[in-house]
Each structure stands twice: as structure tokens, then as C-alpha cells.
Design a protein around this ligand. Structure first.
Ligand SMILES: [Zn+2]
Length: 155
């Protein structure tokens, strides 16, 4: 499968690059990636096939264009899971990190830019636990994600 679900930015009418493809103005995947930009939320989309939101649509929506919910990224692989962006800031996934929550160091963690400071996380779960100290979403349950003990096999 080329992507992680139908509701991603690579098909979405709000993605400037999708509109440029439809107009015949874009050549190739590289340019598509570089030109991907969400005109609804006004953010750069670096991984359009792996970035999701509830507004994703292949046709102009009939119910207006208010952003709904969070942009989501593909999280660390534990099966395909999605983690929310920190507002308009995209989490970096599968990068070296020292966990802000538990201090574990890993080569395959998550980092996020938080007002100029880079915070690291060992797992999707610790990222989401931190995220919930900044945002509210009663539908997002940190316990749905692997614990560090499950992920790293210690304990
Ligand atoms: Zn941790």
C-alpha cells in the first residue's frame, strides 16, 4: 500500500501540490513533496502520504472549511498508529531522542519543537502523555500505545 489511509494529504484538495497536479503544473514526486502545503491550516506538509486530518477531502467540501481536530502524523511503528501534531508543529519520528518523560535514550524516538526547545520522547505513549499536558482531546488515550517496557522489552 502506498500510504497509510485515504484521509492523508496526498489526495487532499487543501494541499496546494494536489491542485497543481490537477492543473498539470507539477512534474514528479519530488516536486510534489516539496510543494505540499496545507492551504486550510497554512502549514508546510513534509510527508503528505503519512499526514492526516479530518478535513482531508478529494472534492471541495460543501460544509465550509473550518479546521477540524488535529493534524496527525504516523507515529513510531507499533502497528500503524497516528500521533497528533503539537498544534502546527510536526513531530519528528524515528530520530535519536532522550525522553522528556522517563529519560530513556533511543535512536528511534520522537522529537518536537516546543517554542524553540527540542523535547524528546522514547515512545508514542510518552509523547502523547506529554502532549496532553498542552492540549485537550478526550478521545486520545495514551494507554492505547505501547509502554516503554513493552517497546524495549525490559522489565
Ligand atoms: Zn519515555
Amino acid at each position: 500500500m502506498a500510504n497509510g489511509g485515504p484521509d492523508n494529504c496526498s489526495n487532499c484538495i487543501h494541499n496546494r501540490a494536489v491542485r497543481e497536479v490537477e492543473a498539470g503544473n507539477l512534474a514528479g514526486l519530488e516536486e510534489f513533496m516539496r510543494r505540499s502545503w496545507c492551504s486550510l491550516r497554512e502549514v508546510n506538509i513534509t510527508r503528505p502520504h503519512w499526514t492526516y486530518c479530518a478535513n482531508a477531502a478529494s472534492h471541495p467540501p460543501s460544509d465550509g472549511c473550518e479546521p477540524k481536530g488535529w493534524i496527525r502524523a504516523s507515529g513510531l511503528y507499533e502497528g500503524y498508529v497516528r500521533i497528533p501534531w503539537h498544534g502546527s508543529v510536526e513531530p519528528q519520528v524515528e530520530v535519536p531522542a532522550r525522553c522528556h518523560v522517563c529519560r530513556r535514550e533511543t535512536d528511534q524516538g520522537i522529537t518536537i519543537d516546543d517554542e524553540g526547545q527540542t523535547l524528546g520522547f522514547c515512545t508514542n505513549r510518552h509523547y502523547v502523555e506529554w502532549w496532553q499536558t498542552r492540549h485537550e482531546d478526550p478521545d486520545l488515550d495514551p494507554e492505547a500505545f505501547e509502554t516503554p517496557e513493552e517497546r524495549f522489552g525490559d522489565r
